[in-house]
Write a protein that binds this ligand. Structure first.
Ligand code: KIV
Ligand code: ZN
Length: 511
């Protein structure tokens, strides 16, 4: 019998700390539902004390997701813990994750506290969190650069205080696998009450070692790994969930534990997170990159045709690649559409919402005969973005692009109650369209990112566009999908303008 490795997903919290990866409440709920379907054990939904928006998002996830444990982050401060406890009230199963830094540099320079004071705060925080839930995690921030003796001292104290999970973060991604694994082994051996808690790791990827460090820790006894979809996260990101889970599954001969995840949901989750955050997945990314299971060389292709295992260590369908199949078409009915959307985790709250989505689906099916799951995901994004408070609305767009001529666009948008028309020239049809919209909207936001990805294959595929705008310390991602990428780009720009208009969108949370 193998031990269970607890998969703690922090895409919605640490993942959201990637610059520009802010998610709205609805987007967080959609990702949380996808994580629930994949059966991750714990979903860290946010940092409730960071902002009102984060508080409401954690609350919404706790209300929507009932089959998983929902976690909220809190500094070792009464106010933070109370906010987390409050936000998690509706959860079926909740966890409070409290942390304080333990490395000399963080204690002296950031906290300006003595080690004994840090220990006092940690113990007090754990005790306070226990008044809200009996599932309390303590993290020793920057443990990777902390002194082992102090770690032993503080961890023993917080376990005595009632912490049930002890997390050892390599906050700055400084550790090396053999060293990090040995630290976990030492701590578990040296701390007298270590058997009363689960040891967890949380590794950052600054040296590209987050997954390797996490797996080394697992080999030395860690039984929870904190990770994110596509390795999203602060700076170079966190350990990638899909890589950790598939390493465990593929090399079950070397690991004495396994996860309970439904790995076939991995690709859907990856695509969802990528489209919501606007962070594309590089083609050669392990497990979820477009080339992860593609064989280019003739020798490899020949080998795979004779016996797949010659060059493949995993089955593509085990991580959801075969899910890229045609599910619906032009002739599909409303019921087939509704039931596939439900399988993808999308609930319609009213008949009119269903009718609206079905109408959009029919419009898409007229332009594009084969509708894949990825198209439906994009449609959901569109239904959601359109139902957000819309100050700006795209009414019409016409572009002129001709060899030897300067491309131009005429655009009509609604700004509040007013309909405005304007035109602009640009270096291409997309540039001209976005300039025309900006001339009318006068947002003065700066364009920080523009990216287009094809949702499926073929020239009739929808383009999934992300437009990232920044203004006065706020960064938002606008999303738009259409079989015409100029229109998708205009939709994405308008969506970003609406998000900037929404005062509920928080500034980047500070941990
Ligand atoms: O990287 C880190 O140390 C964190 C903690 C809050 C767990 O994200
Ligand atoms: Zn982190």
């Amino acid at each position: 019998m193998k031990d269970n490795l607890i998969i703690f997903d922090t895409t919605l919290r640490d993942g959201e700390q990637s610059p520009g990866a802010s998610m709205t409440r609805d987007e967080k709920v959609r990702i949380a539902r996808a994580l629930e379907r994949m059966k991750v054990d714990i979903i860290e939904a946010g940092f409730p004390a960071a902002s009102e928006g984060d508080f409401l998002a954690v609350q919404a996830v706790a209300d929507a997701v009932k089959e998983r444990t929902i976690c909220g982050l809190a500094r070792a401060l009464d106010r933070d813990i109370d906010r987390a406890g409050e936000a998690l009230k509706g959860a079926e199963s909740s966890r409070i994750h409290t942390f304080i830094a333990t490395s000399p540099i963080h204690m002296q320079m950031k906290l300006k506290m003595q080690p004994e004071q840090v220990l006092e705060y940690a113990v007090r925080a754990v005790k306070r969190a226990l008044t809200y839930t009996d599932n309390v995690e303590f993290s020793a921030e920057d443990a990777g650069r902390s002194e082992e003796d102090f770690l032993c001292h503080i961890i023993e104290a917080v376990i005595d205080a009632g912490a049930t999970t002890i997390n050892i973060p390599d906050t700055v991604g400084y550790s090396i696998p053999a060293e990090f694994g040995a630290t976990i082994g030492n701590l578990m051996q040296r701390i007298p009450n270590a058997d009363k808690a689960i040891f967890s790791v949380h590794c950052h990827n600054d040296l590209g070692l987050a997954v390797a460090n996490s797996l080394s820790a697992v080999m030395h006894g860690a039984r929870q790994v904190e990770c994110t979809i596509n390795g999203l996260g602060e700076r170079a990101g966190n350990a990638s969930l899909e890589e950790v889970v598939m390493a465990l599954k593929t090399r079950h001969d070397v690991f004495s534990c396994d996860s309970r995840l439904d790995t076939r949901e991995i690709l859907t989750c990856s695509k969802l997170v990528s489209s919501i955050t606007g962070f594309p997945v590089q083609p050669n990314k392990a497990i979820v990159g477009a080339n992860a299971f593609a064989h280019e060389s003739g020798i490899h292709q020949d080998g795979v045709l004779k016996n797949r295992e010659t060059y493949e260590i995993m089955r593509a369908e085990d991580v959801g690649w075969s899910a890229n199949r045609m599910v619906l078409g032009k002739h599909s009915g409303r019921n087939a559409f509704k039931s596939r959307m439900t399988e993808l985790g999308f609930e319609f709250h009213s008949e009119s919402e269903l009718n609206d989505a079905f109408y959009r689906f029919k419009q898409l099916a007229d332009k594009k005969h084969e509708i894949f799951d990825e198209d439906l995901q994009a449609l959901i994004t569109e239904v959601n973005t359109d139902t957000e408070e819309e100050h700006y609305k795209l009414i019409a767009l016409k572009v002129c692009s001709e060899t030897g001529e300067v491309p131009s666009a005429i655009v009509t948008i609604k700004v509040g109650e007013q309909e405005l028309t304007g035109n602009a020239e640009g270096s291409g049809a997309v540039d001209a369209s976005l300039k025309a919209i900006e001339l009318l909207a006068k947002s003065t936001a700066s364009l920080e990112l523009y990216s287009v990805n094809n949702i499926t294959n073929g020239t009739d595929a929808q383009g999934d566009v992300t437009v990232r705008l920044g203004k006065a310390g706020r960064v938002v991602n606008g999303l738009g999908a259409d079989t015409d990428i100029v229109i998708a780009s205009a939709k994405a720009y308008i969506n970003a303008l609406n998000k900037l208009e929404d005062k509920g969108v928080k500034k980047h949370p500070q941990v």
